[in-house]
Design a protein around this ligand. Structure first.
Ligand code: S3P
Length: 445
């Protein structure tokens, strides 16, 4: 386990300048995993080199793929192709990465192998039955620790059965796990979603030459299907861009640009919610990058925000952004109501409880519900010398990168500095976070 790295942020002068969003975490995981299954050499540019992705690269190596870093952000993946994935020598440690372990267990279940998966304390506390249940229906044997937790051993005979599966929760990880196992099943594998979730797996499977049918809420593919290596250009991560975007909106006088942010509609609900609160965001230089992703540079200017009722129907499209939205809500005028987000309780931490503690510990009033929270905004900080959020707290980050970064963004508007007990986990999704925030003028470190 990494040693704890405390950090602190304090009231900042106006933030300004330009940063480029780091590579998208979801797309980066999938580039390594699909590349690892494919026939031939996949090339990747803009890969997020966060700890989560490095763990996925190690996992795919252990299963037989050759994954090589050639330059910063530039990687090659020589897929196993016809040889298929093989049983690894030891346990596969996926670190903090729920996406990594859930997608790789699905991919592994398609081949004749036995593999044991584990992770850090946070990942070992997260529910895995959501993927083990469908994998068992497909014929895999899966032994997990008590409560369907990691470590978990997957044993497959390499002949998964195609299934028609309706996950009880909206989850891109579950959908992706089933589709990846379905690649090796003889026949049609279908996932029916209760709400649409991010569609990067479907898009990327198509780029690797496997057509995915989308009809209403159903996504299906016909197996067995071979992946052909391709080139993946990873667009900037909207979930990481969210931190500088919110910082720019709440620190008075700020005017900054976060460049290269992916605008996939299944990922941009935070920006819509902020716009509804009165955020001055403009999407400039809207373009399509290689691989077909739409990206833009987000121009952010400090704004007077007003509380809103966040649309629960968009929850899946901003599922990772609620903690930082709650930070924005703390300086809005009036309450911001967030409901339908029970899934936050089983993320890297219980993010409802962690966000409530983050805000209360810094003097913001919050109501907590089983599936949501209401933040009672204190109103905007109108000048550098008058902050409305008292601050002064030390936030327990609970092995959760997004809680750490959200707390440090709050410190930029609070009267007293905001500390976190451990910011080491920031490396999982955004290793350049501190550099980027300092580039924009934040006092953070
Ligand atoms: C992800 C899906 C989401 C999200 C996670 C990344 C993905 O999880 O929270 O950070 O890349 O598929 P769920 O599928 O559990 O909602």
């Amino acid at each position: 386990m990494k040693p704890a790295r405390p950090a602190v942020s304090r009231r900042a002068a106006p933030l300004s300048g330009r940063i480029t969003a780091p590579g998208d975490k979801s797309v980066s995981h999938r580039a390594i995993i699909l590349g690892g299954l494919a026939h031939g050499r996949t090339t990747v540019t803009g890969l997020l080199e966060g700890a989560d992705i490095l763990a996925t690269a190690d996992a795919m190596r252990a299963l037989g793929a050759t994954v090589t870093r050639t330059d910063p952000g530039a990687w090659t993946v020589d897929g196993v192709g016809a040889a298929g994935l093989r049983s690894p020598e030891g346990e596969i440690d996926c670190g903090n990465a729920g996406t990594g372990v859930r997608l790789i267990m699905g991919a592994a279940a398609g081949y004749a192998l036995s593999a044991t998966f584990t992770g850090d304390a946070s990942l070992r506390s997260r529910p895995m039955n959501r993927v083990l249940d469908p994998l068992r229906l497909m014929g895999a044997k899966a032994d997990a620790a008590q409560g369907g937790r990691l470590p978990c051993t997957i044993r497959s005979d390499g002949a998964p059965a195609p299934i028609d599966y309706s996950p009880p929760k909206a989850s891109a990880q579950v959908k992706s796990c089933v589709l990846l196992a379905g690649l090796r099943a003889a026949g049609r594998t279908t996932v029916r979603e209760i709400r649409p979730t991010r569609d990067h797996t479907e898009d990327m499977l198509a780029a690797f030459g496997v057509p995915v049918r989308r009809e209403g809420s159903a996504v299906s593919l016909d197996g067995p299907a071979d992946l052909r290596a391709t080139h993946v250009e990873v667009p900037g991560d909207p979930s990481s861009a969210a931190f500088a975007v919110v910082a720019g909106l709440i620190v008075p006088g700020s005017d900054l640009v976060v460049a290269g942010v992916m605008l996939n509609p299944r990922r941009t609900a935070l920006f819509d919610a902020l716009a509804a609160m009165g955020a001055d965001l403009s999407f400039e230089n809207d373009r399509t990058v290689g691989g077909g992703a739409r990206v833009a540079d987000i121009h952010v200017r400090h704004s007077r925000l007003a509380g809103i009722v966040v649309d629960p129907d968009r929850a899946a499209d901003m599922i990772d952004e609620y903690p930082v939205l709650a930070v924005a809500a703390s300086v809005a005028t009036g309450p911001t109501v967030m409901d339908g987000i029970h899934e936050l309780r089983v993320k890297e931490s219980d993010r409802i409880a962690a966000t409530v503690a983050l805000l209360r510990g810094n003097g913001v009033r919050v109501d907590e519900r089983e599936d949501g929270l209401t933040v009672h905004g204190l109103g905007p900080r109108l000048s550098r010398d008058a902050g409305t959020v008292p601050g002064g707290g030390t936030v327990a980050t609970r092995h959760d990168h997004r809680i750490a970064m959200s707390a440090l963004v709050l410190g930029l508007v609070a009267q007293a500095p905001v500390a976190v007990d451990d910011a080491a986990m920031v490396d999982t999704s955004y290793p350049d976070f501190f550099d980027h925030m300092r580039t924009l003028g934040a006092e953070i470190g």
